[in-house]
Design a protein around this ligand. Structure first.
Ligand code: SF4
Length: 249
């Protein structure tokens, strides 16, 4: 996407489909409105009752289904109630407890390190700014934005795998890098819509605009989606992921 002139009023901006800023922004807002109407019950599927629980659940959700995370955390949240509880858990025991969610060594380590940071630097409380959250060991931008949007009711663009796929199919970005996609969408939408737009895109990606078989016929944004005719294929010029090297034998 052309960077110069990201703000309305500057003439140079062009989206991946050649739309000017005003047109692209209007289309994004229309899609947001339609998705909200289509999915009035959309919600974050991870179960939690406070920011600390959401932080742990978010760490566990990498490469794992939300249902499995909820299954695992239903017991763990009874056992570990504070940042110090998590930080003080023996690593081997924690690894065993989170093992069903996959990548259990990395996840146990991330939980211990991030909660230790909370205990050491934030008095055990989960901070509510992107800068502070991403300063915690084991917490990346996506997790931090999940926290901001869903634990604190703030504004965050959550670039998960669904968001990447959909924002490219819908022609909002040509980027592949999550940070650049976040930046593109932050420039496109008013801040007050960042969190609900993220939730709607992820929900839509789960139930309708799936990776393998997007249900374009009957999709609530079909009329405003440039990928509808090609059934999810991107036919305009966007950045493609690097080709895998050929293997022999
Ligand atoms: S029209 Fe198809 S590609 Fe576009 S958002 Fe809907 S399901 Fe996805």
């Amino acid at each position: 996407m052309v960077r110069e002139g990201r703000k309305e009023g500057r003439g140079e901006f062009r989206g991946p489909l050649g739309e000017d800023y005003k047109t692209l922004r209007a289309r994004a807002l229309k899609i947001h409105r339609r998705l909200k109407r289509a999915y009035p019950d959309a919600h974050i599927p991870l179960r939690f009752s406070n920011p600390l629980e959401l932080m742990v659940a978010t760490i566990l959700s990498a490469q794992c289904t939300d249902a499995k995370v909820n299954e695992v955390t239903s017991e763990l949240f009874q056992k570990y109630r504070s940042a110090r509880d998590w930080a003080g858990a023996p690593i081997k025991a924690l690894e065993k407890e989170v093992r069903p969610t996959g990548f259990y060594r990395n996840k146990a380590k991330a939980i211990k390190e991030s909660t230790q940071d909370l205990a050491d630097r934030f008095g055990g409380r989960v901070p509510d700014t992107l800068e502070e959250l991403t300063s915690l060991r084991g917490i990346g931008r996506k997790s931090a934005n999940v926290m901001i949007a869903h634990a604190f009711g703030g504004a965050g663009i959550i670039v998960d795998t669904h968001f990447i796929r959909l924002s490219r199919r819908m022609g909002f970005t040509s980027e592949l890098d999550p940070v650049k996609i976040e930046r593109d969408l932050m420039g496109l939408l008013p801040k007050k819509h960042w969190s609900s737009f993220s939730l709607m895109m992820t929900w839509h990606g789960r139930v309708t605009c799936t990776a393998r078989k997007p249900a374009c016929g009957g999709c609530p944004v079909e009329a405003d989606c440039p990928a509808s005719e090609s059934r999810g294929d991107i036919t305009w010029s966007v950045k493609l992921p690097p080709k895998r090297p050929r293997t022999t034998g």
